[in-house]
Design a protein around this ligand. Structure first.
Ligand code: SAM
Length: 246
């Protein structure tokens, strides 16, 4: 069972994305417990102030350290556990499938969601890890936290009906997934590749690996850079006009 806390000024934002389908079932079955904490509740003044103007001038507001520190300390006291703390920030290391897999082994995660111009620099000392979901800037850390938590929760044991499903996904082998088809066998003149209807699982598996490599070479050649390819796989890609250094 994994416990995940989200520290945010907008807890209601989390309701929709975590109330459907696989994540909903994971919560109902107790595989993941998700809780939102509004750190405004830890503001000390009459106006529940959580942000202030930046020292040295400049646009926007900066999140103050006191409410976030107090919320983290209170969480540790309440749960008796020290969560692995993730600060959502576009300045962090880019989140990946590998990071998701690593984090899925932690018993307790806490995502701190920023807003406005960002955090007071001193908040950084709370974090075990600073993570970004890509090189673009969003208005808050809520969507990034939801994206990361989603990717992590589906990897928890028992969450996906078929435990092999996640192993075949894109990035799991550090390459993109092979093409998938379902019924009907012919749709608007487009046929399902013959091999997938053959029932020959050995050949299907070779075909899928080659298609996955081809797709990766065409869409994400950067992923092939650190991959060890067999001479046959290199030859296959070469015949498709793709030169790979093995
Ligand atoms: C408007 S952004 C602040 C950006 C900050 N001024 C900077 O340049 O780094 C507000 C908050 O949204 C979140 N955020 C925005 N983009 C993100 C991204 N790509 N990945 C993770 N968090 C992000 C962070 O929590 C950030 O503190």
């Amino acid at each position: 069972m994994m416990l995940i806390h989200f520290m945010t000024l907008f807890p209601e934002m989390f309701t929709g994305p975590f109330s459907y389908s696989i994540i909903k079932r994971a919560r109902e079955r107790g595989l993941a417990t998700l809780e939102m904490i509004n750190f405004r509740d830890y503001a000390r003044d009459r106006h529940s102030t959580v942000d202030d103007t930046p020292y040295g001038g400049g646009p926007g507001m900066v999140l103050k350290p006191e409410p976030i520190f107090e919320a983290v300390e209170d969480l540790q006291k309440r749960t008796g556990s020290k969560p692995y703390i993730i600060l959502t920030t576009p300045q962090g290391e880019t989140f990946s499938q590998e990071t998701a897999s690593e984090l899925s082994k932690k018993p307790h995660l806490l995502f701190i969601c920023g807003h406005y111009e960002g955090f007071d620099e001193r908040i950084r000392v709370l974090a075990d890890r600073e993570l970004s979901i890509g090189d673009y800037v969003l208005t808050g850390g809520e969507l990034p936290a939801m994206v990361m938590a989603e990717a992590i929760i589906r990897l928890l044991p028992g969450v996906l009906g078929d435990p092999e499903a996640a192993d075949n996904d894109s990035f799991c082998d550090r390459i993109l997934e092979y093409p998938q088809y379902t019924k009907p066998p012919v749709f608007r003149g487009m046929s399902v590749p013959e091999i997938l209807l053959s029932g020959d699982h050995g050949k299907i598996s070779v075909w899928r690996r080659k298609q996955a490599l081809l797709r990766t070479a065409r869409s994400r050649p950067d992923l092939l850079a650190n991959l060890e390819l067999t001479p046959e796989e290199q030859e296959f890609l070469k015949n498709k006009g793709i030169d790979v250094i093995g």
